[in-house]
Write a protein that binds this ligand. Structure first.
Ligand code: 8ID
Ligand code: ZN
Length: 359
C-alpha cells in the first residue's frame, strides 16, 4: 500500500459568516489518520469545481442554512492518502483516485437509501454545506460515497462531473424523453447547462438552448445545441420554442437557471404530455404555473436533486469515454471570491475549476 506524508496544516477557503466573505487560510488544520472515524478517508485534492450552489451556501440565500464556519466545495478530485482504522469492507483503498460529490455520506439503511434516493436520506452529510468540502487541499470524506475516477480522464476534466454532470445526467435520464425528442435547456451556458446539452445529445435528444450572450451562444452551439434562444433578446420565448417545434412545443424542459425566470414560460412551451424537470435552485421563488394548462396538457412537474452513487459512476463513465467534456477555466483557490462575482454577474461560460497546485 502506498504511504503518504500528511502535513499538519494546509490552504483552505473558509467562510466564517453568512454573506459571502471568504478567508484564504494557509494554516488550517489537516485531520490526522489516527483522528479519522471509522468509514472516513482523507483525500488530497488536485482540484475542485466551483458550483453556483457554493455561492447560494456562502450567501445563505436558501431556506436551509449551511454549517458555519464552512469550507465550501463539492466537485473535488484527488487521491486517498489515509483511511480510518476499523473501517470494514471499504470499496476504495489508499492510493485510489476518487471524486467528492455533494452527497458526502448517507446511512445506506433507510427507505430512501434502499430505494436509491440516497440524497434524500435524513442523515445525509453534504460536502461544503453540512461538512467541510473541497475548497481545501485535504478533505475528510467517506469510503462508501467517494466515486472512483476511471483512468484516462485528467482530474480537472473530471471534477465538475461530480456535481454538475451527475445532476443533469440524472435529471435528463428521468425526464421521460426518448431519442428524437425536443428538450429545452434554460441555463444552457452555465456549469450544469453546458453538460446537460452534451448528456442530452448522448441520449439522442434535440436541444434548444436558452441563455444569454455571444460567448454562451457559441459554446452551446459548439456542444451540440440545435437551436439557441437569448433570453435577454427574445421578445417571446414561448413563441420561439413553438416555432422551432412545429407549433406543438417541446417534450421536456430541464431548467438549470439559478434564478426563477428560467421557469416562467416552461408550461406554455411544453407540448401535451411534456415534462418540466426542476433543477436550478433559486432560494425562495415559487413555481408559477397555470394549473389549468398543467392538467389540460397532462404536464408532469418533477424535481431532481443531484444523484446517487450509481448515477455518479454512470455520469463519470460517459465523460471518461470522451462523450461529454467539461468546458472550464483553471484558476487558483485564492481566486474563489472573484469566481463568485463572475457567477453573480452571469459571466462564466461553463465552469471554473480551482487547481490546488496553482498559487
Ligand atoms: O441537484 C440539483 N438540483 C442541483 C445541483 C447543482 C446545482 C442544483 N443546482 C443549482 C444551483 O444551486 C443553481 O441554482 O442549479 C443552478 C445552476 O447552477 P450552475 O449551473 O452551477 O450555475 P451557473 O453556472 O451560474 O449557470 C446558471 C445559468 O443560468 C442562466 C445564467 O446566464 C447562467 O448561464 N440563466 C439565468 I441566472 N436566468 C436565465 C433565464 N431566465 C438563465 N438562462 C435562461 N433563462
Ligand atoms: Zn453543485
Amino acid at each position: 500500500m502506498p504511504e503518504f506524508t500528511i502535513p499538519k496544516t494546509q490552504k483552505a477557503a473558509v467562510v466564517t459568516k453568512t454573506g459571502g466573505s471568504i478567508e484564504i487560510k494557509t494554516d488550517h488544520p489537516v485531520k490526522a489518520q489516527k483522528d479519522l472515524a471509522p468509514g472516513e478517508c482523507l483525500v488530497k485534492l488536485d482540484c475542485s469545481g466551483a458550483c453556483h450552489t457554493d455561492l447560494h451556501a456562502a450567501l445563505g440565500d436558501w431556506p436551509l442554512k449551511a454549517t458555519l464556519p464552512l469550507i465550501g466545495g463539492h466537485e473535488g478530485v484527488g487521491t486517498i492518502v489515509a483511511i480510518a482504522d476499523h473501517t470494514s469492507k471499504s470499496p476504495v483503498n489508499v492510493g485510489d483516485r476518487v471524486g467528492i460529490k455533494w452527497l458526502a455520506d448517507s446511512c445506506l439503511q433507510c427507505e430512501q437509501c434502499r430505494k436509491g434516493l440516497e440524497q434524500c436520506c435524513s442523515e445525509a452529510k453534504l460536502s461544503g454545506f453540512t461538512v467541510d468540502g473541497t475548497f481545501q487541499e485535504y478533505v475528510v470524506s467517506y469510503v462508501n460515497h467517494v466515486t472512483p475516477i476511471p483512468e484516462g480522464i485528467p482530474s480537472d476534466e473530471a471534477a465538475s462531473i461530480l456535481c454538475a454532470g451527475v445532476t443533469v445526467y440524472r435529471a435528463i435520464k428521468n425526464s421521460q424523453t426518448q431519442a428524437g425528442d425536443w428538450i429545452v435547456l434554460p441555463g444552457a451556458g452555465g456549469g450544469l447547462g453546458h453538460l446537460a446539452i452534451q448528456y442530452a445529445r448522448v441520449r439522442g435528444l434535440r436541444v434548444i438552448a436558452i441563455d444569454t450572450g455571444a460567448e454562451k451562444k457559441e459554446l452551446c452551439l459548439k456542444l451540440g445545441a440545435e437551436k439557441w434562444i437569448d433570453f435577454k433578446e427574445s421578445k417571446d420565448i414561448v413563441k420561439d420554442v413553438l416555432d422551432i417545434t412545429g407549433g406543438v412545443g417541446a417534450h421536456s424542459a430541464v431548467v438549470t437557471s439559478a434564478s426563477s425566470s428560467g421557469y416562467v414560460q416552461a408550461i406554455d412551451y411544453l407540448r401535451a404530455g411534456g415534462t418540466l424537470m426542476a433543477v436550478g435552485l433559486p432560494g425562495t421563488a415559487k413555481l408559477d404555473a397555470s394549473i389549468f394548462f398543467t392538467v389540460f396538457k397532462s404536464i408532469s412537474v418533477l424535481g431532481s436533486y443531484v444523484g446517487n452513487r450509481q448515477d455518479a459512476r454512470e455520469a463519470i463513465d460517459i465523460a471518461a469515454r470522451g462523450q461529454v467534456k467539461v468546458h472550464f477555466a483553471s484558476r487558483p483557490l485564492a481566486d474563489l471570491k472573484d469566481v463568485y462575482e463572475g457567477m453573480k454577474a452571469g459571466t462564466i461560460a461553463g465552469r471554473v475549476v480551482l487547481d490546488m497546485s496553482k498559487q
